[in-house]
Design a protein around this ligand. Sequence first.
Ligand code: MRU
Length: 365
Amino acid sequence: MKVDGTPYRTIWLADDHRTVQVIDQTRLPHVFEIKSLTSLNDATVAIRDMLVRGAPLIGATGAYGMALAMTEGSSDSCVAIAYDALFETRPTASNLGWALNDLRKLLLGLAPGDRLCAAYARAAEICEDDVSTCHSIGQHGADLIGALWEQKGKPDQLNILTHCNAGWLAAVDWGTALSAIYVAVERGIPIHVWADETRPRNQGSSLTAWELGKQGVQHTVITDNAGGHLMQHGLVDMCIVGTDRTTASGDVCNKVGTYLKALAAHDNNVPFYVALPHSTIDWEAQDGLRDIPIETRSCEEVTHISGKVREGETVSVQLTPDGTEALNIAFDITPACYVTGFITERGVCDASADGLLDLYPERAL
Ligand code: MRU
């Protein structure tokens, strides 16, 4: 995607072919800053402190983290230490474990002297695969959006609600939920996006609004609690969100607040779609409430908020009274019964075990 005319991805290699570069998402929307990652520690900090975030991008950064670790040592124990350090950064997104397992299996099958180059090559492949996967999700999602637009008589504006940020900033490029919107807009469908602000870290008001603005997509930021009201008044035609981990039975784990949007959509007959790549499906997990680890983060993300002051500087301010307790649950589970369908790189399916197996029959074996 382009930022002020220049094409960017969220993660790439510098000219030395070793340094990993990322957009520091903690500085957006007010400052566009590129950070260099040169060690395993840099990669773990980037994921844990959310310089990079979003399930597919966490996976891609994990893969490059393994490659960076190989610059520091390539013995079996170096592979194990890197795996453990990266794995524990963020527990919920399936893509991280998926990428780390892939790298570990590859590296342990090679002689230590061959591991460095192989790790960089595989991390690059994972990134390329993510770009084409997300673009395919966009095409299938845009087909769905186009069909809904026609079914509604081609209104001047089709209103789509999304939660958190499932755009190109959450992946290597394109994104998942927003990829469908980007492709649909390219096809001439007049979309307006309702972007949930997504407290406490405000990925909607800071990241989704920033990237939609840069791509020229019409949008309005709303408070997290406004979606139900808009749906009751016929102002939402469709919801599309991303996911961090989806079970083999179709339960969806995504940014906290997604579940309440799905309930409101169900009550108001608004189609509720989840866009996801294959790497987000946890084929071992069956019951979302039982089998998915839910990340809890620092309570300071709830008690404080950061933003730009008049002088242009970004500052953090305290919202709550001194000493107030806060709980910061980062994700929730939307049971499959509230999901209209999945938009994947292989097409659209029911949110059910059968739906997923129709698209991924190799998993039935
Ligand atoms: O905590 P974050 O910002 O990493 O959470 C991101 C989300 O919840 C996204 O919706 C999800 O990763 C899907 S991204 C394509």
